[in-house]
Ligand binder design. Structure first.
Ligand SMILES: [Fe+2]
Ligand SMILES: [Fe+2]
Length: 179
């Protein structure tokens, strides 16, 4: 690569904008705000699953503690993927607890800890479904204006739907055993 064929302005612009080119069509600031909101829901979800893993000591469902822990790890990875993308787009990933709590609450997400295992699974299912709504809406909104963010969100959405499905299956199974 011969950088000296380019004007100093072109080189400055390349350094300033990194991956953002004239073909980038999304509203970057608005997208960063939305990605930070989603990141906050992932951190809230991570904390909720961790809490449930600490509290789920019932002999009735020995597998549930491990399931909560496994989901907690995935949520943290989702928060990481979003942070990396926010940084690439020139934004700052949300990181203070107060801001995270406020942004997650904007979409109705707050960590909760129910009294029973079933309550906890229901709480997790509800967060996952709120996230499915938020991711699906944003994916549709982005369309082809930012293919990389689009793809990352699709991957997270698929895992979020998988979680929701697993939790719903668990609740269906335990309802059958009770009846
Ligand atoms: Fe997640
Ligand atoms: Fe999840």
């Amino acid at each position: 690569m011969d950088a000296f064929q380019h004007t100093p302005e072109e080189i400055q612009q390349a350094i300033q904008q990194g991956p953002i080119t004239t073909e980038y069509k999304a509203d970057r600031q608005a997208l960063i705000t939305q990605l930070n909101r989603l990141r906050s829901t992932e951190i809230a979800s991570h904390l909720q699953y961790k809490q449930h893993a600490y509290m789920a000591v019932s002999l009735l469902s020995p597998g549930l503690k491990g399931d909560f822990q496994a989901h907690a790890d995935v949520e943290l990875r989702h928060a990481d993927i979003l942070a990396e993308r926010i940084q690439q787009l020139g934004g700052v990933p949300v990181f203070t607890p107060a801001e995270i709590a406020a942004k997650a609450a904007e979409v109705g997400v707050r960590p909760e800890q129910g009294a029973t295992l079933t309550d906890m699974v229901v709480e997790n299912l509800l967060i996952e479904r709120q996230q499915v709504v938020a991711y699906t809406a944003l994916i549709r909104e982005i369309g082809d204006r930012d293919p990389t963010t689009h793809r990352l969100l699709m991957e997270i959405l698929a895992e979020t739907e998988k979680h929701a499905s697993e939790l719903a299956d668990y609740l269906k199974r335990s309802a059958e055993t009770r009846s």
